[in-house]
Design a protein around this ligand. Structure first.
Ligand SMILES: [Mg+2]
Ligand SMILES: [Zn+2]
Length: 245
């Protein structure tokens, strides 16, 4: 690399990227496995965020409490090496690193888990589906892109609730000047759209054996993927890469 990196942005997907599980599925695997099973068939008919919202209403109807949901999130697998890796990178001053979370989970799941790991101040911004607990304990969840308003124009296959590529572009506009380097940590098929917008000096840390790895292999060259790609399987390897940045 010829120019020096003074200001860098680390973008994190949440499920299976920062966390070592998928929040939407984990909640129901722990609290209502029959609903988890039912989700497998309903997901072909109902948009995913709407399906999670509907399933959260179902467990509320069964008397599952806010405390049970929060506890379930706190015990979800989360690798200590990930906590170490991001904490050290944030503390370092050269380069200076900004963290941005871009996730199809929801604000309650993410903030509850981050707080339980002492990472509540890590991210500059968290862009995800909005959620909140009602006074009754019902966890209310909505799509980031309201289904009754204008929809996003993504052609790369992002789900209707949010285009991660458009959200990354919007974040970069809000935080000018351009970062010297962007590092994107992701695993899923919906992480492919944002990385298509990254430059040759940027880097994607792609988790192995999941949708993003497949899309990079099948569509990366054809769609002109420019950023560098590094693969990892365990969070300890992300820590290792962060230590070398
Ligand atoms: Mg993910
Ligand atoms: Zn998109």
């Amino acid at each position: 690399m010829t120019s020096s990196i003074e200001r860098q942005l680390v973008v994190f997907d949440f499920d299976w990227s920062m966390a070592d599980q998928d929040t939407d599925r984990w909640i129901f695997e722990v609290l209502a496995p029959d609903i988890r099973r039912e989700m497998k068939t309903l997901q072909t008919e109902i948009q995913w965020t709407d399906l999670i919202a509907q399933s959260l209403a179902k467990i509320h109807g069964r008397g599952r409490t806010k405390e049970e949901i929060e506890h379930t999130l706190r015990i979800m697998p989360f690798h200590p090496a990930m906590v170490r890796g991001v904490t050290k990178l944030k503390e370092a001053s050269n380069p200076n690193t900004t963290f941005f979370c871009l996730s199809n989970a929801n604000s309650v799941f993410i903030s509850t888990i981050l707080e339980s790991k002492g990472l509540q101040n890590l991210f500059e911004e968290i862009v995800t589906n909005p959620a909140h607990f009602e006074p009754t304990g019902l966890l209310k969840l909505r799509r980031r892109v309201d289904p009754s308003g204008p929809q996003h124009g993504c052609k790369v296959g992002c789900s209707p609730n949010m285009c991660k590529g458009e959200e990354l572009d919007a974040f970069l506009k809000r935080h000018q000047p351009d970062y010297d380097r962007i590092v994107y940590v992701g695993d899923g098929a919906n992480d492919f759209c944002p990385i298509l917008r990254m430059r040759s000096q940027d880097m994607v840390l792609c988790r192995r054996f999941r949708g993003l790895e497949r899309r990079i292999a099948e569509e990366g060259e054809q769609l002109g993927l420019k950023c560098q790609v590094k693969y990892w399987a365990g969070a300890w390897e992300v820590e290792e890469i962060f230590n070398s940045l």
